[in-house]
Design a protein around this ligand. Structure first.
Ligand SMILES: C[S@@+](CC[C@H](N)C(=O)[O-])C[C@H]1O[C@@H](n2cnc3c(N)ncnc32)[C@H](O)[C@@H]1O
Length: 226
C-alpha cells in the first residue's frame, strides 16, 4: 500500500443558512400559491396587497422595476396593463410587455440606459432591490441605505409630477430615507405587508403624488443626471 495523506472526497454540502432557506421555502404556503398561479416569486403578494389597498398601478402606466429578478413584480405590473422597464444584476427570463436591463443599478452606465428607455418619464418606480447581506449589521445597513438613497435620487430624475414610489427599506435604514423622501411626495407612509415573512426586517416606503422637490422631477423627457 502506498503511504501519504488520504484524500477525502469533497462534500458538496449546503451552508446552514441555505438549508434553512430551502426548508422555509418548502413550508411556505405563499411559495406554493405563487407557483400555482404562475408567478416567479412569493413577493408578488406584497405588491398585490399594496396595490389593492393603495391603487398604485393603472393600465397604461410606465413603471420602472428596480431589483426585479426573478420577475414577479414585473409580471404583475405587465398583467395590469403597464409598460415595464425592469433591471437586475441577474439575468431574467423574458416577460411580455417588459423591457429587461441586466446590470448594476448603482452604475451610472446602467442608469443612463434606463433614462434613455424612460425618456418620457415614468409614473411609478418600484424597488424591491436588496443588496446581498454580509451578515455584518452595520455594513448591511449602510449598503441598504446607499442603495435606497440611489433609488430615491433616480426616482427624482425620472418620475413625472404626480408619480409614485414603492421602495423597500431595511429596518434601521428607514429613518434617514423616509426623511429624505417625505418632502418629495404629497403623501408618504411606511407599510409592512402581511405577506412579509415574520423574521424579515423589511418595510416599504410608499410615496404618492410626486412633487419633484427642488428640481421639479421629469416632465416630458427624463432629466439627465447632473
Ligand atoms: C428580493 S429580490 C426582488 C424580487 C422581485 N421583486 C420579484 O418579485 O421577483 C431583490 C433583487 O435585487 C437585486 N439587486 C440587488 N442589488 C442590485 C443592484 N445594485 N442592481 C440591480 N439589482 C440588484 C438582486 O439581484 C435581487 O434579484
Amino acid at each position: 500500500m502506498s503511504g501519504g495523506p488520504v484524500r477525502r472526497p469533497r462534500r458538496r454540502g449546503r451552508s446552514a443558512s441555505s438549508t434553512r432557506w430551502l426548508q422555509r421555502q418548502h413550508r411556505d404556503p405563499l411559495v406554493k400559491q405563487a407557483r400555482a398561479q404562475g408567478y416567479r416569486a412569493r413577493s408578488v403578494y406584497k405588491l398585490m396587497e399594496i396595490d389593492r389597498k393603495y391603487r398604485i398601478l393603472r393600465k397604461g402606466m410606465t413603471v420602472l422595476d428596480l431589483g426585479a429578478a426573478p420577475g414577479s413584480w414585473s409580471q404583475y405590473a405587465a398583467a395590469r396593463g403597464c409598460r415595464v422597464v425592469a433591471v437586475d444584476l441577474l439575468p431574467m427570463r423574458p416577460i411580455e410587455g417588459v423591457t429587461i436591463v441586466t446590470g448594476d443599478f448603482l452604475e451610472e452606465t446602467v442608469q443612463a440606459r434606463l433614462r434613455a428607455l424612460l425618456d418620457r418619464g415614468c409614473d411609478l418606480v418600484l424597488s424591491d432591490l436588496a443588496p446581498d447581506a454580509t451578515g455584518r449589521r452595520t455594513v448591511d445597513r449602510l449598503r441598504a441605505e446607499v442603495a435606497a438613497e440611489a433609488v430615491l435620487a433616480f426616482a427624482g430624475q425620472v418620475l413625472r409630477p404626480g408619480g409614485g414610489l414603492l421602495l423597500k427599506l431595511l429596518h434601521g435604514a428607514d429613518t434617514l430615507i423616509t426623511g429624505m423622501a417625505r418632502p418629495l411626495f404629497a403623501r408618504s407612509k411606511l407599510i409592512r405587508p402581511e405577506a412579509t415573512r415574520s423574521e424579515s426586517t423589511e418595510i416599504y416606503l410608499l410615496g404618492q403624488g410626486f412633487e419633484g422637490g427642488e428640481n421639479g422631477g421629469a416632465s416630458g423627457p427624463a432629466r439627465a443626471a447632473s
